[in-house]
Design a protein around this ligand. Structure first.
Ligand code: SAH
Ligand code: SF4
Length: 405
């Protein structure tokens, strides 16, 4: 059973934000503050069983269990790379799977999550786009990624610093069930949650799944749930202009825009949605976004494709194009996949491109390649899902972890 798919007879609590939970409890004739208790249990205690919510009366717990459950992802594989990057492949039903990646760094732990199974926007260089669109992930499937990754990392004793905790959090309720009302979980109070940053840069175009994504963002930001600051949640879009304006009004988190070209003719080819929302509109929307954004710059992502968009002339053109927009560049070495028809720019070319942008005054980083031995790079995610899913079915009883290789 896919973990967030509507249609199951029980409501998945991972699907509900504070308002949704308040409505659920109101339907049961309960007070709205129950929603806050439930949020704490699900997202701070990372509880997986409604019966463990010990500050709800036994009769309420039973009523709740008859209506709702906490259903996390079905994990197909869970693989850790030599550099600590960890990737999970999650079954979302119908032969589809999505991936999420945890990237530990000295001062943060970032989770790269997916928002759709496949993607309809068909960018020329993207393996997710090449799979076509399957469906939007539900709120539960989006929130469930952060819920599951935090649980898995805490169970392994991983803290935000990337090292083992002195006192790993006991999961499943056994150690805290007798302690009265749930307080904010210790790892939240001490700022030690393993995942400090979330980026929507996995599979799919988050703004094409607007409602479910924005509900999930609300849960990420809610102080009664994960309590992440807006600056630490980054949404990456290929440029759905009307939805960028909606996001600006509804839930302005940090924004990354996939630019990839400095003129419309080239961008039309690489990012087909540009034909609908060309650069002038995209840049105007980026600028509008900034007056509500939690950061005072937009990050422009730029994938480096050998001989396509990576010359010094392209860099100069790009610098001219965005000269009036407070922004930073993130150059992404392209991750190859079979039959893509592109090559990755040589390192020397990427450095030269970076130099031109830096000389023009733009802070320009080059994305580090992480987890190469497990194909964990953003944009590479689920590039071989169909393969892996089939293989998973074929080797159903093989030991966990082997399905990813
Ligand atoms: N759909 C959104 C977010 C997901 S893709 C978007 O397009 O922004 C996250 C980033 O990875 C985007 O900048 C995307 O252009 C880039 N990307 C896609 N395929 C890639 C590949 N094969 N190599 C490197 N980056 C890639
Ligand atoms: Fe979709 Fe983003 Fe891939 Fe384009 S780059 S096809 S928008 S996931």
């Amino acid at each position: 059973m896919p973990f967030g798919r509507p249609g199951g007879h029980l409501i998945n609590l991972l699907d509900l934000d504070a308002a949704g939970l308040a409505a659920l409890f109101a339907d049961m004739g309960e007070k709205p503050f129950r929603a806050k208790q439930a949020l704490h249990w699900v997202h701070q205690r990372l509880e997986g069983d409604v019966q463990a919510m010990t500050d709800l009366s036994r009769s309420l717990r039973e009523k709740l269990a008859a209506t709702a459950e906490i259903r996390g992802p079905a994990v197909v594989s869970d693989t850790t790379a030599a550099d600590g990057t960890r990737k999970w492949l999650l079954d979302v039903g119908g032969g589809n799977a999505v991936e999420m990646v945890y990237i530990p760094e000295d001062d943060r732990g970032t989770l790269c999550i997916s928002s759709q199974a496949g993607c309809a926007l068909d960018c020329a260089f993207c393996s997710t786009g090449k799979q076509g669109f399957n469906r939007n992930l539900t709120t539960a499937e989006i929130v469930g990624q952060l819920w599951h990754a935090n649980r898995a990392l805490l169970a392994d004793g991983v803290s935000a610093k990337g090292g083992p905790e002195r006192e790993p959090l006991a999961l499943e309720g056994e150690a805290h069930s007798a302690k009265g009302p749930p307080m904010t979980a210790p790892w939240v109070e001490q700022g030690r949650a393993p995942i400090t940053n979330v980026v929507l840069m996995g599979m799919g175009e988050p703004l094409a799944n607007y409602d479910y994504v924005v509900t999930a963002l609300g849960v990420f930001l809610d102080d009664n749930a994960y309590g992440l600051s807006r600056r630490r949640v980054t949404l990456s879009t290929s440029g759905l202009v009307p939805a960028m304006d909606r996001l600006r009004a509804d839930c302005p988190v940090a924004l990354a825009v996939s630019l990839h070209a400095g003129n419309d003719a080239l961008r039309d080819r690489l990012v087909p949605i540009n034909r609908k929302y060309p650069l002038a509109q995209l840049l105007a929307a980026s600028l509008r976004y900034l007056d509500r954004a939690p950061r005072d710059f937009v990050t422009f992502e730029y994938v480096m494709l050998d001989g396509v968009n990576d010359s010094d002339l392209h860099a100069h053109e790009l610098a001219r194009l965005v000269r009036d927009i407070p922004c930073k560049f993130n150059l992404i070495p392209w991750n190859p996949f079979p039959d893509a028809g592109f090559e990755t720019s040589p390192r020397s070319r990427i450095l030269a491109f970076q130099r031109v942008l830096a000389d023009a005054g733009f802070v320009t980083t080059i994305r580090k390649t992480r987890g190469e031995d497990i194909d964990a790079a953003c944009g590479q995610l689920a590039g071989r899902v169909q393969d892996r899913t089939k293989r998973h079915i074929r080797i159903h009883s093989a030991p966990a972890g082997t399905a990813a290789h």
